[in-house]
Design a protein around this ligand. Structure first.
Ligand SMILES: [Zn+2]
Ligand SMILES: [Zn+2]
Length: 357
């Protein structure tokens, strides 16, 4: 038995003008994965394309050898449970979403509250999400709230990432917050920062449609870095104080120094995008770490945020992220559409009978 899965079939930049060098995805038959005692088999409804997926096609994890499956933002319906997958009370027919990462729970890091550094973690490579079926450990699977559709459900994983960014920023109500990058993580983080009492909430983003979405989701200000002087605008907005928290989620290397310049004294900067592996940013330590006492940090994955992200889902606005979907067999078109930047999120419907009407 086999299932259809969206795979990386050729490494390379998906936007390479030279077609012979261009990275490619395709839909392949991949072997069924046996359901172990603690596993849950999910018939996938939707898997969203993540900003990191084209990076993976472009060798972000060079140890993986094509063809291999993609996809980690998954929703679907439980179709089979291992005999010992009984801890959460999941049942066949339950609508679920999940965490593509499986943490061992036993290693030093898992026991020390740092499961993202688990030495025995298993990623989506074992059972990729852009597929008709995934088989995940029960611990990775979360039941969706009744008022969250399957189409919205695949946004659970990015929501968990945004929640982790907000957690690590240590925001308290009244803090001034700027977000550089209006992709899905930026726009989800914006919503959560708003809920947590952010002020002077500013979205820095070159695409007008995304700035408009930012405004509709609660941004107090938006800045277009292609036509406006970002530092000057930020100074105006914050009366020269700068932002207590700056979240960098554009991953755009030429703008990577902007957060340093718009953070307030004692501010916190989170570099949470996947920057190119080789990119280095020079930082004036006297200016930023001595004279301004900045905290410069980042986030990887979303440890310990899934249970709260599930509970938050009903309060999130997912409309901008669920507008467009393609059937599984049209995955190459879905990626091409994703790469145009026209939609903040492009979904792949992996089983037609589970498509939301
Ligand atoms: Zn993702
Ligand atoms: Zn571990």
């Amino acid at each position: 038995m086999s299932k259809r899965t969206v795979c990386v079939i050729k490494y390379g930049n998906m936007k390479d003008k030279d077609e012979s060098q261009r990275g490619q995805v395709g839909v392949l038959d991949t072997p069924d994965i046996p359901v172990g005692p603690h596993d849950v088999k999910i018939k996938v409804a939707y898997c969203a394309i993540c900003g990191s997926d084209p990076h993976i096609v472009n060798r972000a994890f060079p140890e993986r050898v094509p063809p291999f499956g993609l996809g980690h933002e998954v929703s679907g319906v439980v179709v089979e449970l291992g005999p010992e997958a009984t801890v959460k009370g999941l049942k066949v027919g339950d609508r679920v979403a999940g965490n593509f990462m499986r943490f061992c729970g036993s290693c030093y890091y898992c026991a020390n509250g740092q499961q993202q550094f688990c030495t025995d973690k298993v990623s989506e490579v074992g059972s990729p999400g852009m597929s008709e079926y995934v088989v995940w450990d029960e611990g990775q699977v979360f039941k969706l709230p009744d008022d969250v559709s399957l189409r919205e459900g695949c946004i659970l994983e990015p929501t968990s990432v945004a929640l982790r960014i907000a957690d690590k920023s240590n925001i308290t109500a009244g803090m001034r917050v700027a977000i550089q990058g209006g992709g899905p993580i930026g726009l989800l983080t914006l919503q959560i920062m708003k809920m947590r009492g952010a002020t002077s909430l500013t979205l820095i983003e070159p695409i007008k449609d995304r700035r408009d979405i930012g405004t509709s989701l609660g941004a107090d200000y938006t800045i277009d870095p292609t036509t406006q002087d970002v530092v000057e605008e930020c100074n105006k907005i914050t009366n020269g104080l700068g932002y207590d928290i700056v979240v960098e989620v554009s991953g755009f290397a030429p703008a990577a120094d902007i957060p340093l310049k718009i953070a307030s004294v004692c501010g916190t900067i989170l570099y949470s995008a996947m920057f190119p592996n080789e990119f280095e940013l020079p930082v004036n330590l006297y200016e930023y770490c001595y004279a301004k006492e900045l905290t410069i940090t980042g986030t990887m994955l979303s440890p310990y945020t899934f249970p709260r992200a599930v509970q938050l889902m009903s309060r999130m606005d997912y409309k901008p992220f669920t507008e467009i979907s393609f059937p599984l067999e049209e995955a190459p078109e879905a990626f091409a559409t994703h790469l145009t930047g026209k939609y903040p999120k492009v979904l792949i419907n992996c089983n037609e009978d589970l498509a939301d009407k």
